[in-house]
Design a protein around this ligand. Structure first.
Ligand SMILES: [Zn+2]
Length: 61
């Protein structure tokens, strides 16, 4: 599958912890979900991924 406009994926960006909100730079080649939060050890999410959007929506309520 082609990357399209490369809006979401690609280099750069951050991973964010859904538990404590810590951010870490995304490492290319390693999905955020395979990274553990440096603070609490939870699985991280790619910032602005659809999972992160869901989380933000939940938080707003
Ligand atoms: Zn955390």
């Amino acid at each position: 599958m082609p990357m399209g406009r490369g809006h979401n994926m690609g280099s750069g960006g951050s991973c964010i912890c859904p538990k404590c909100g810590a951010k870490a730079p995304h490492q290319s080649g390693t999905p955020c979900q395979k990274m553990a939060c440096p603070k609490c050890g939870a699985k991280m999410l790619r910032e602005d991924s659809e999972h992160h959007e869901l989380l933000k929506r939940k938080r707003k309520k």
